[in-house]
Ligand binder design. Structure first.
Ligand SMILES: [Zn+2]
Length: 410
């Protein structure tokens, strides 16, 4: 078992220890007799830092994990000149924790204790799990409903407790004693001795993580997204410096957005709504115009296409038209005339072909499109009466349509 120095002092960033074992894993790793490095567990992620030997070899600790038998593994970065595999059991080392990262974790984790207790005190809603990610944290609450007002009240109360700067003590008690203390959460593991985190007159939890010494060190908690999950509600939050950097990022995003509308940040929702309404209205008008334009264009094309052998074969290559307009045009042509074949193309923005025939005409447009695409090196297909295909180049489109028209006109 590794002696865990962080159990007694979360602010111990610098320690000495002895190498117990050098592990031959895919990543080089060490086991020490004692450590202040926190391994991932209980929702809190691992510490990083450095391990230095007397011979001045300095290794970066990239990850720390628990083993099943209670030891702590320190994964080290191997470099060109330094191989942790050269270390021997018995080597004295100095460990240094990345203090900024540890402080951040202590703020998030302690913030979680304060916040979870606030949800219990206010609404009797227990926290069932805690997750710490790189940029935010979340707790899962065991409740079927959660209102915005409840979220804001819990946030306010948690911040009051932080402001009161209550002491956070570490205590070790027997399981029996713990049962009498009324812990917010009793662990399932059958250990005899439990480590209790005691936020004075606020929260008692069995926890192996690293915490601040006084709630004021959490600085603040900011609740963000809340969403319904399978077994309750997930609430995202950030504490400490993360709360400030997240608020800073939110403000920058909002300011940039407001600048797009030349509006005050608090008017962004109304401005965005107004713009969306305008876009919808314009789109409706635009679609209507496209319909009218396609119908007029179809009439004109049919008028200038003579009927030969009982069929009007309309051949037309357009430019600067979307495929959707070409399809619309094909539909108008084949609906306005009972004997029309439309062989249409657009050369830009995306070279495309559309083939269509009036209902009851004998050809198979889908098969014709597949064959044409195979010749031109594109992809496409469709039904008997309407087919479409896309090409990477507009070269040869007009010639292809002309020769197809000749073929179908026979
Ligand atoms: Zn904890």
């Amino acid at each position: 078992m590794t002696d865990r120095l962080y159990y007694h002092d979360s602010f111990l960033y610098d320690f000495e220890a002895e190498v117990n074992e050098v592990l031959d894993t895919p990543r080089p790793a060490l086991i020490l007799d004692r450590t202040a490095f926190y391994p991932t567990s209980g929702g809190q992620v691992f510490d990083t830092g450095w391990i230095t030997t007397n011979a001045d070899a300095k290794f970066k600790v990239t990850e720390v994990a628990d083993t099943e038998d209670g030891r702590v593994i320190h994964y080290l970065e191997a470099t060109k000149d330094l191989n942790p595999g050269d270390l021997k059991p018995g080597t004295r080392i100095r460990g240094q924790i990345d203090a900024a990262r540890r402080r951040d974790h202590m703020q998030q984790h302690s913030g979680q204790h304060v916040l979870s207790a606030a949800f219990i005190r206010l609404y009797n809603v227990p926290t069932v799990s805690f997750h710490m990610a790189d940029d935010y944290c979340s707790i899962d609450l065991d409740t079927p409903t959660l209102t915005q007002q409840q979220i804001e009240s819990a946030e306010r109360l948690a911040n009051e407790i932080i402001l009161e700067n209550r002491p956070v003590n570490i205590r070790f008690v027997t399981r029996e004693e713990a049962g009498k203390l009324g812990l917010r959460k009793l662990p399932v593991a059958d250990r005899d001795e439990l480590r209790i985190i005691d936020i004075r007159d606020w929260d008692l939890s069995a926890c192996g993580g690293t915490h601040v010494a006084q709630t004021g060190q959490i600085a603040s908690v900011l609740l963000r997204k809340a969403e319904k999950v399978r077994q309750g509600w997930r609430v995202e939050f950030v504490a400490g410096q993360r709360a400030v950097s997240t608020a800073r990022r939110d403000f920058t995003t909002l300011t940039d957005t407001a600048a797009l509308f030349s509006a005050h940040i608090y008017d962004v929702p109304q401005q965005a709504q107004k713009s969306l309404d305008e876009v919808r209205s314009w789109r409706k008008q635009w679609e209507h115009s496209q319909e009218e334009l396609a119908a007029a264009h179809a009439s004109a094309l049919l008028a200038e296409t003579p009927e030969i052998n009982g069929r009007r074969i309309v051949v037309q290559t357009l430019s600067d038209r979307e495929m959707n307009f070409v399809k619309l045009l094909a539909q108008k042509i084949t609906r306005l005339s009972p004997s029309a074949i439309a062989l249409l193309a657009t050369t830009s923005p995306q070279p495309s072909l559309v083939f269509a025939q009036s209902a009851g005409q004998p050809f198979d447009m889908g098969a014709l499109m597949k064959e044409t695409m195979a010749n031109l090196g594109g992809r496409g297909g469709g039904s008997k009466d309407l087919a479409q295909g896309g090409l990477t180049s507009a070269d040869g489109i007009a010639d292809t349509l002309t020769s197809l028209a000749a073929k179908l006109g026979v």
